[in-house]
Design a protein around this ligand. Structure first.
Ligand code: ATP
Ligand code: MG
Length: 354
């Protein structure tokens, strides 16, 4: 019986179509669990450019920071492609990510039994995959100093840096999440070659002392990349640094089939951001055929990691699974024998299942 305020950012392309379907499910959650959700509609990206002339305003940031979570659609599209870099929709997305101060990106990869035929991988390999990559977002080689080119332009360099505090907080967050799942954490590094990875590994081991109930193992990143395609079922939660996480989270998500099914969260800052991994899909915008499930799975993450409403999150996840089990599919995941539905119909079915 809580009261929550949610920032809603529908965005560009298919964003508005699928965010609406997410909110339908949320309204059913409200009824079923007797919560009240208040919505603050905000604009980032192309929709902000059209309204305010810039991809992100300070007012938008302030509004979002006053709420409990940010439910985010998608930004970008051909309409804004030719603008200068700092005025493009994507600059708005980067800006809001920065303003929220998230240091962790969560990327679940889950295979729905019902959709195994849509993957390019063998059934034996992917059946039962349910893993989550926790990527450190604010440190590592993407931000380390010194960086740049030598004066004579004959050399270029970047530096992988992690502080004790940065490793500690991401490790804690990953252990906390593992504790709520199957209690298995794999820390991925390159400790056989990199000092920064040895440092990472030592701190993760230190933090693990507070989590005796979670099983910890370490894996070199090259092996992890291989294991993800060889035997992905061995993983529950993977925690890793910025660059390794960038690569492994994309790899992991492609195990599961459709891009229209996958959610992500940026957390650890003042307000969590919850969004699908896919973009604004301008090629199908306005046609009413987009798959709303990635957005609805983002809603489940918002409930779980943003508002700590675990039962409610599970209820949404179960609703998605049930509708898939009943054989309903949007066109991106449909095969011949399925019951084909459009965006709204899929959203209605899931809301009803909630
Ligand atoms: P970005 O640069 O924002 O990542 P992109 O063009 O690289 O955008 P997407 O917008 O994710 O990538 O689209 C990639 C392809 O996947 C497109 O053909 C799009 O139609 C399809 N797609 C993406 N999301 C969905 C969805 N929810 N339902 C169905 N198809 C989708
Ligand atoms: Mg892309």
């Amino acid at each position: 019986m809580g009261k929550f305020v949610i920032s809603v950012m529908e965005g560009d392309g298919i964003g508005p179509e699928i965010v609406k379907e997410g909110l339908k499910a949320l309204e059913e959650v409200a009824k079923r669990f007797k919560h009240t959700f208040e919505y603050k509609y905000v604009y980032v990206g192309g929709c902000s450019i059209d309204r305010f002339g810039v991809p992100l305003t300070q007012e938008t940031i302030d509004t979002i920071l006053s709420t409990d979570a940010l439910f985010f659609g998608s930004v970008g599209g051909p309409k804004w492609e030719n603008l200068p870099h700092h005025l493009k929709p994507e600059a708005g997305l980067l800006g809001i990510r920065k303003a929220l101060g998230a240091f962790a990106n969560l990327r679940p990869a889950k295979v729905f039994r019902e959709l195994i035929n849509t993957s390019t991988l063998k059934k034996e390999v992917i059946e039962g995959i349910d893993l989550l990559v926790v990527r450190e977002l604010t440190g590592g080689i993407y931000f380390g100093e010194p960086r740049g080119f030598s004066e004579d332009k004959k050399k270029a360099f970047n530096t992988m840096v992690y502080t004790n505090e940065e490793v500690r907080r991401i490790a804690k967050l990953a252990f906390d999440i593992a504790r709520q799942r199957r209690k298995k954490l794999t820390s991925v590094d390159k400790a056989n070659v990199l000092e920064v990875s040895q440092f990472w590994r030592n701190i993760v081991i230190e933090v693990s002392k507070d989590y005796p109930d979670v099983e910890l193992n370490h894996m070199y990143v090259d092996n992890a990349a291989m294991q993800l395609v060889r035997n992905p079922k061995q993983f529950d939660v993977i925690v890793t640094g910025n660059i390794f996480g960038d690569i492994l989270s994309d790899e992991a998500s492609m195990l599961t089939g459709s891009i229209g099914m996958l959610a992500s969260a940026s957390v650890g800052g003042k307000v969590g951001l919850f969004e699908p991994i896919h973009g604004s899909a301008p090629d199908i915008a306005g046609l009413g055929v987009a798959n709303p499930i990635a957005q609805i799975e983002s809603l489940a993450m918002l409930l779980k990691y943003g508002l700590k409403l675990h039962k409610e999150a599970k209820c949404v996840e179960d609703a998605v699974a049930l509708v898939l089990k009943m054989g309903y599919r949007t066109q991106d995941i449909a095969t011949n024998s399925d019951k084909k539905v459009n965006t709204t119909q899929m959203g209605d079915l899931i809301a009803k299942a909630v």
